[in-house]
Design a protein around this ligand. Structure first.
Ligand code: THU
Length: 160
């Protein structure tokens, strides 16, 4: 038996004003999208904004359903639409902001496992990293240089 250590490097910004200008603008678009979330069951609102290399920004928010598992996260709403609309564009940066409708969320909220897997698919397909920035409603912003840093031991097409 041998031990394997897996390391990822993430970067933490004090708040949105600390981000590079293009990223804070992207995060503001994610915040706009968050306000449009349809989340009557969880009251947890998530917004995503995805910058493409053609200059387009695709936004998404979580869309819930009375049949709970039929709902969809903000990240996948945005990323699936982006690839449906612009299949030839590369995805450069994704900004995420999330918060409860009932209390202020100040801790950075990372993308769920299913969304990491979905984003990974496009990162692998385009052979270029997607930067991920995530935050609560206020406070610190965490940056990952690549989705791969958020999903060690990812399952991908090479196993099929
Ligand atoms: N949610 C997202 O939109 N993205 C995530 O990465 C985590 C969770 C949504 C799904 C559901 O509508 C609500 O947040 C509570 O889980």
């Amino acid at each position: 038996m041998k031990e394997i250590k897996i390391e990822s490097t993430l970067y933490v910004y004090d708040d949105i004003t600390d981000l590079p200008e293009d990223v804070s603008a992207l995060m503001l678009k994610a915040a706009e999208a968050r306000k449009k979330a349809y989340a009557p069951y969880s009251n947890f609102l998530v917004g995503a904004a995805l910058l493409l290399d053609n200059g387009e920004v695709i936004t998404g928010s979580n869309q819930e359903n009375a049949a709970y598992p039929s709902g969809m996260c903000a990240e996948r709403t945005a990323i699936y639409y982006a690839n449906a609309k612009y299949p030839d564009a590369k995805m450069l940066k994704m900004a995420l902001t999330a918060g409860s409708a009932t209390k202020l969320t100040t801790e950075p909220i990372p993308p769920c496992g299913a969304c990491r897997q979905a984003i990974a698919e496009y990162e692998i397909m385009q052979e270029a990293p997607i930067e991920i920035y995530f935050m609560g409603e206020k406070g610190k912003v965490v940056k990952s240089n690549s989705l791969a840093d958020l999903l060690p031991l990812m399952f991908d097409k090479s196993f099929l």
